[in-house]
Write a protein that binds this ligand. Structure first.
Ligand code: NAP
Length: 211
């Protein structure tokens, strides 16, 4: 597949680009800074410079799928949650509709199911994620919404726990979260589904197949 990855230079995004390329996919890697291009090429992506706060529709043209792994980041204020985490995700949903790109995988977050349960500081982020997720659910696209727990830089284990609702909080290495997202991409059993994912004992493909 030809896949647009938004947030390709991010900590999860770089793993996603590498795993997609290793799996034989053609990866269009959205970056904000030309200086990031060489790194993305080394990972197997074809960089495209664009900013989710600006015009991005053209980045989806010719793609079979979109993976949204961008985010304003923990250091950003509520405005970025609105313009990047919600607004950027929605722009790419609209672009996918416009260009006939059916598949959309959203990197959401555990807690977006119930934003009010988050701390005051987390709520703008969780509401932005929840609103983007809802727009995607209503989009008519073949979507999957992946809600990882707290991301860590630990080495991936290849095993996770995944379910529509896990009923608990926890962590997952970014590398495993990326493997889950890539495994989800082509699995039709995940179309139209939302699921949470944490570190666990089940091999990733088995965990995704049983959703
Ligand atoms: N941190 C957690 O514990 C946690 C938990 C659950 C879900 N998540 C979500 O998981 C996803 C990936 O997380 P991560 O750790 O990989 O985050 P990250 O390292 O901060 O990566 C986010 C990426 O988004 C890009 N970005 C920011 N603003 C943008 C804009 N206006 N236009 C285009 N790209 C933009 C950044 O670009 P630059 O590289 O140029 O800065 C960066 O590459 C995010 O959506 C995050 O909200 C995080």
């Amino acid at each position: 597949m030809r896949v647009l990855v938004a947030g390709a230079n991010g900590q999860v995004g770089q793993h996603i680009v590498r795993f997609l390329a290793e799996g034989g996919h053609e990866v269009r890697a959205m970056i904000r800074d030309e200086g990031q291009a060489q790194r993305l090429r080394e990972l197997g992506g074809e960089p495209i410079v664009a900013d989710l706060e600006g015009e991005v529709s053209h980045t989806v043209e010719g793609c079979d799928a979109v993976i949204l792994s961008a985010g304003g980041g923990p250091g950003s204020g509520p405005e970025k949650k609105e313009t990047v985490d919600r607004g950027g995700a929605v722009k790419l949903i609209e672009a996918a509709q416009e260009h006939g790109t059916r598949r959309y995988v959203m990197v959401s977050a555990m807690g977006a199911a119930d934003p009010d349960s988050g701390s005051e500081a987390m709520q703008p982020y969780l509401y932005a994620k929840a609103q983007a997720d809802q727009t995607l659910q209503e989009s008519g696209l073949d979507y999957t919404i992946v809600r990882p727990g707290s991301l860590t830089d630990d080495q991936g284990t290849g095993t996770v726990e995944a379910a529509p609702s896990l009923g608990k909080r926890g962590e997952i290495p970014r590398e495993d979260a990326a493997r889950v997202i890539v495994a989800t991409l082509e699995r039709e059993n995940t179309f139209g589904k939302i699921f949470e994912v944490l570190s666990g004992d089940t091999p990733i493909e088995e965990a995704i197949d049983s959703l």
